[in-house]
Write a new protein. Structure first.
Length: 188
């Protein structure tokens, strides 16, 4: 599974971290860390999703979350914790929040949903970027110039392909909440 997305499981309870890893192992490449420092040492650009406990000895999950953002990693973070959510979560930069105990199907569905939203976000960014370039060129160039330019024709093909990907990914968002969350995640 060299091409499977990477999930980093961070929990100071080794048995729970290993259980989550076993649940995820079929569809994901899983890394496990048992404290905040180890989590940061296992982070790199390949990590797509982090499952992060908030309450750990030493470096808390909140501190790890801040360090992930400060380092500029482009990953999704799901807090998986026994800490009941309070209003402090409003300003925290995570993508989802699960309160322990967490069932297998709930964990898998949440990881998959967050990852799907991430893919949708990337497709939408590229789509809007190319659509903007297309609009500028259509304003500034004649129809003859556009039709005669191979780069413009390739841009048009790429936009068509992306539109199909957008539609296919949107169909994969099963619930209203997943669909709304995908749009909420787009940073323009």
């Amino acid at each position: 599974m060299d091409d499977a997305p990477v999930v980093l499981v961070v929990d100071d309870e080794p048995q729970l971290a290993e259980l989550f890893a076993i649940w995820l192992d079929e569809e994901w490449t899983v890394r496990v860390a048992h404290d905040g420092e180890e989590a940061l040492s296992r982070m790199d650009e390949e990590v797509a999703v982090v499952l992060l406990d908030r309450r750990m000895p030493g470096m808390s999950g909140d501190d790890v979350l801040d360090a992930i953002h400060e380092a500029g990693y482009n990953c999704r973070v799901i807090m998986v914790t026994a800490v009941d959510p309070d209003f402090d979560i409003i300003e925290m930069g995570f993508d989802d929040y699960l309160v322990k105990p967490v069932a297998n199907d709930e964990l898998l569905a949440t990881v998959e949903g967050v990852h799907r939203r991430s893919e949708y976000d990337e497709i939408m960014r590229e789509y809007y970027s190319l659509a903007s370039k297309r609009a500028v060129l259509k304003t500034e160039k004649s129809c003859e110039e556009l039709e005669g330019n191979e780069e413009f024709r390739e841009l048009e093909r790429r936009l068509t392909d992306l539109r199909k990907s957008v539609d296919g990914t949107a169909e994969g968002l099963q619930t209203h909440e997943e669909f709304a969350a995908a749009f909420r995640d787009i940073d323009c």
